[in-house]
Unconditional design. Sequence first.
Length: 162
Amino acid sequence: MHAKKKMMIVGSHTVTGLDHRVKMMISRLCSEGWYFLVGDHSGLDTALQEYLMDMHTDWVRVYTARPQPHHNLDRWPVRHPPKEGRWSGVPRHLQNTLAMAGAADCGIVLWDARSMGTYFVIASLIEQGKSAWVYLPERGAAHTIRTAGELERLLRAYVFPR
Protein backbone atom coordinates (compact mmCIF):
# COMPACT_ATOMS: atom_id res chain seq x y z
CA MET A 1 0.00 0.00 0.00
CA HIS A 2 1.35 3.44 -0.91
CA ALA A 3 0.83 6.46 1.27
CA LYS A 4 -1.65 8.90 -0.20
CA LYS A 5 -1.06 12.10 1.73
CA LYS A 6 0.94 13.46 4.65
CA MET A 7 -0.76 14.37 7.93
CA MET A 8 1.10 16.32 10.58
CA ILE A 9 -0.01 15.76 14.16
CA VAL A 10 0.95 18.35 16.77
CA GLY A 11 -0.43 19.81 19.93
CA SER A 12 -0.05 22.18 22.82
CA HIS A 13 2.52 21.19 25.44
CA THR A 14 -0.29 20.85 27.99
CA VAL A 15 -1.84 18.05 25.90
CA THR A 16 0.13 14.95 26.79
CA GLY A 17 -2.02 12.03 25.72
CA LEU A 18 -4.46 10.72 23.16
CA ASP A 19 -8.10 10.15 23.94
CA HIS A 20 -10.42 7.69 22.20
CA ARG A 21 -11.61 10.18 19.59
CA VAL A 22 -8.07 11.03 18.44
CA LYS A 23 -7.07 7.36 18.39
CA MET A 24 -10.07 6.56 16.21
CA MET A 25 -9.10 9.33 13.78
CA ILE A 26 -5.50 8.08 13.58
CA SER A 27 -6.67 4.48 13.17
CA ARG A 28 -8.87 5.46 10.24
CA LEU A 29 -6.02 7.41 8.62
CA CYS A 30 -3.66 4.44 9.08
CA SER A 31 -6.10 2.17 7.26
CA GLU A 32 -6.24 4.72 4.42
CA GLY A 33 -2.42 4.73 4.09
CA TRP A 34 -1.58 8.25 5.24
CA TYR A 35 1.95 9.33 6.14
CA PHE A 36 2.25 10.78 9.64
CA LEU A 37 4.62 13.62 10.47
CA VAL A 38 5.32 13.81 14.20
CA GLY A 39 7.77 15.50 16.55
CA ASP A 40 10.31 14.01 18.93
CA HIS A 41 9.39 15.51 22.32
CA SER A 42 8.13 13.74 25.41
CA GLY A 43 4.44 13.96 26.18
CA LEU A 44 2.14 14.13 23.16
CA ASP A 45 4.81 13.28 20.57
CA THR A 46 5.80 10.17 22.51
CA ALA A 47 2.15 9.15 22.99
CA LEU A 48 1.61 9.55 19.23
CA GLN A 49 4.65 7.47 18.42
CA GLU A 50 3.56 4.74 20.85
CA TYR A 51 0.11 4.61 19.27
CA LEU A 52 1.53 4.56 15.72
CA MET A 53 3.78 1.66 16.78
CA ASP A 54 0.67 -0.14 18.09
CA MET A 55 -0.96 0.48 14.69
CA HIS A 56 2.06 -1.20 12.99
CA THR A 57 2.52 1.56 10.46
CA ASP A 58 5.78 2.33 8.71
CA TRP A 59 4.38 5.56 7.27
CA VAL A 60 5.89 7.82 9.94
CA ARG A 61 8.49 10.56 9.72
CA VAL A 62 9.93 12.04 12.91
CA TYR A 63 10.82 15.72 12.74
CA THR A 64 13.50 17.17 14.97
CA ALA A 65 15.57 20.35 15.06
CA ARG A 66 18.23 18.51 17.08
CA PRO A 67 21.13 16.58 15.51
CA GLN A 68 19.45 13.37 16.77
CA PRO A 69 15.84 12.99 17.94
CA HIS A 70 15.19 12.59 21.65
CA HIS A 71 12.34 10.19 20.91
CA ASN A 72 12.08 7.98 17.83
CA LEU A 73 10.49 4.86 19.24
CA ASP A 74 10.40 2.76 16.08
CA ARG A 75 13.49 4.16 14.36
CA TRP A 76 11.41 5.81 11.66
CA PRO A 77 13.14 8.10 9.13
CA VAL A 78 14.10 11.48 10.57
CA ARG A 79 13.59 14.88 8.95
CA HIS A 80 15.22 18.16 9.97
CA PRO A 81 13.99 21.72 9.32
CA PRO A 82 16.13 23.88 7.05
CA LYS A 83 18.81 25.74 9.02
CA GLU A 84 18.87 28.74 6.72
CA GLY A 85 16.36 31.01 5.07
CA ARG A 86 12.87 31.81 6.15
CA TRP A 87 13.07 30.18 9.59
CA SER A 88 16.48 31.32 10.77
CA GLY A 89 16.09 33.11 14.08
CA VAL A 90 12.83 31.28 14.88
CA PRO A 91 12.94 29.10 18.04
CA ARG A 92 14.08 25.56 17.28
CA HIS A 93 10.83 23.84 18.23
CA LEU A 94 8.85 26.21 16.02
CA GLN A 95 11.25 25.67 13.09
CA ASN A 96 10.51 21.99 13.42
CA THR A 97 6.75 22.46 13.49
CA LEU A 98 6.82 24.87 10.54
CA ALA A 99 8.84 22.33 8.55
CA MET A 100 6.16 19.73 9.27
CA ALA A 101 3.42 22.17 8.24
CA GLY A 102 5.26 22.87 5.00
CA ALA A 103 5.60 19.16 4.19
CA ALA A 104 2.10 18.13 5.28
CA ASP A 105 -1.05 18.15 3.18
CA CYS A 106 -3.13 18.91 6.28
CA GLY A 107 -2.92 18.62 10.05
CA ILE A 108 -4.39 17.31 13.24
CA VAL A 109 -3.87 19.91 15.96
CA LEU A 110 -4.66 19.14 19.61
CA TRP A 111 -5.10 22.56 21.15
CA ASP A 112 -5.66 23.71 24.72
CA ALA A 113 -7.18 27.01 23.42
CA ARG A 114 -4.39 28.91 25.19
CA SER A 115 -1.09 28.11 23.46
CA MET A 116 -0.15 30.83 20.97
CA GLY A 117 2.41 28.53 19.35
CA THR A 118 -0.27 25.98 18.58
CA TYR A 119 -2.56 28.73 17.31
CA PHE A 120 0.28 29.84 15.03
CA VAL A 121 0.51 26.30 13.59
CA ILE A 122 -3.21 26.35 12.75
CA ALA A 123 -2.84 29.78 11.14
CA SER A 124 0.22 28.60 9.19
CA LEU A 125 -1.68 25.64 7.76
CA ILE A 126 -4.59 27.89 6.77
CA GLU A 127 -2.23 30.42 5.20
CA GLN A 128 -0.80 27.62 3.04
CA GLY A 129 -4.27 26.59 1.88
CA LYS A 130 -4.28 23.45 4.03
CA SER A 131 -6.96 22.30 6.45
CA ALA A 132 -6.56 21.54 10.14
CA TRP A 133 -8.70 19.22 12.23
CA VAL A 134 -8.52 21.13 15.50
CA TYR A 135 -9.41 19.13 18.57
CA LEU A 136 -9.84 20.72 21.99
CA PRO A 137 -9.49 17.76 24.39
CA GLU A 138 -10.55 19.71 27.50
CA ARG A 139 -13.89 20.46 25.84
CA GLY A 140 -14.24 17.36 23.64
CA ALA A 141 -14.82 19.67 20.67
CA ALA A 142 -13.49 19.17 17.14
CA HIS A 143 -13.60 21.53 14.18
CA THR A 144 -12.20 21.30 10.67
CA ILE A 145 -10.69 24.69 9.88
CA ARG A 146 -10.01 25.69 6.27
CA THR A 147 -10.28 29.48 6.23
CA ALA A 148 -9.29 32.49 8.29
CA GLY A 149 -12.99 33.13 8.96
CA GLU A 150 -13.42 29.64 10.41
CA LEU A 151 -10.35 30.16 12.58
CA GLU A 152 -11.78 33.48 13.81
CA ARG A 153 -15.06 31.75 14.73
CA LEU A 154 -13.09 29.10 16.63
CA LEU A 155 -11.30 31.84 18.58
CA ARG A 156 -14.58 33.57 19.39
CA ALA A 157 -16.13 30.34 20.58
CA TYR A 158 -13.29 29.07 22.79
CA VAL A 159 -10.67 31.74 23.41
CA PHE A 160 -12.68 34.95 23.56
CA PRO A 161 -16.26 33.88 24.35
CA ARG A 162 -18.71 36.61 25.20
